[in-house]
Design a protein around this ligand. Structure first.
Ligand SMILES: [Zn+2]
Ligand SMILES: [Zn+2]
Length: 163
């Protein structure tokens, strides 16, 4: 049993774990590492037979964000997405398609150690950190590579812009 689970951490706040909150937390826990929009969470809960309206999904998510249990991330789409907060995580965001993947930077990793060292030097008490890294996802990088090499049939269709 993982003591670090979202529901355990929620109960530690002393707030009431109502049935809809419990269902929402369980869903986020199940889909750990993913980033779901409030609408996706709402429809997943409805599909499970949980009666909850969208505005209360938003309220619970905002509460979880305020408690530091969940983080919100703004993808290229207009709405925010929510994922379980771990304290030491990095997001790799593709600057082409906007896909975000999450990686965990464990306590023994060089990056975490370096940040902890820098924090100590400044007498800053580090509780959590998050790294946002931008680049190209595998798919987009590959697509770009094939375009550059002229192997992609679509690329021949496009005439280069000439003055
Ligand atoms: Zn995330
Ligand atoms: Zn991409």
């Amino acid at each position: 049993m993982c003591d670090n689970s979202l529901s355990v951490r929620f109960r530690q706040t002393g707030l009431r774990l109502t049935a809809p909150r419990r269902a929402l937390i369980a869903l986020l826990e199940d889909r750990r590492g993913e980033h779901l929009s409030a609408e996706e969470i709402h429809s997943a809960l409805s599909a499970e037979g949980v009666t909850v309206n969208l505005s209360s999904v938003y309220r619970t998510l905002n509460l979880l964000v305020a408690l530091g249990l969940v983080h919100r991330i703004d993808l290229s789409e207009s709405h925010a997405h929510f994922g379980v907060e771990h304290g030491e995580q990095a997001h790799f965001r593709c600057e082409v398609c906007g896909e975000v993947s999450e990686v965990y930077v464990a306590g023994h990793a060089g990056l975490a150690r370096r940040l902890q060292g820098l924090a100590r030097e400044r007498s800053f008490e580090l509780t959590r950190f998050r790294v946002e890294a931008e680049g190209k996802c595998k798919r987009c990088a590959l697509k770009e590579k094939t375009h550059k090499e002229g192997r992609c049939p679509d690329v021949q269709m496009m005439s280069p812009l000439k003055p």
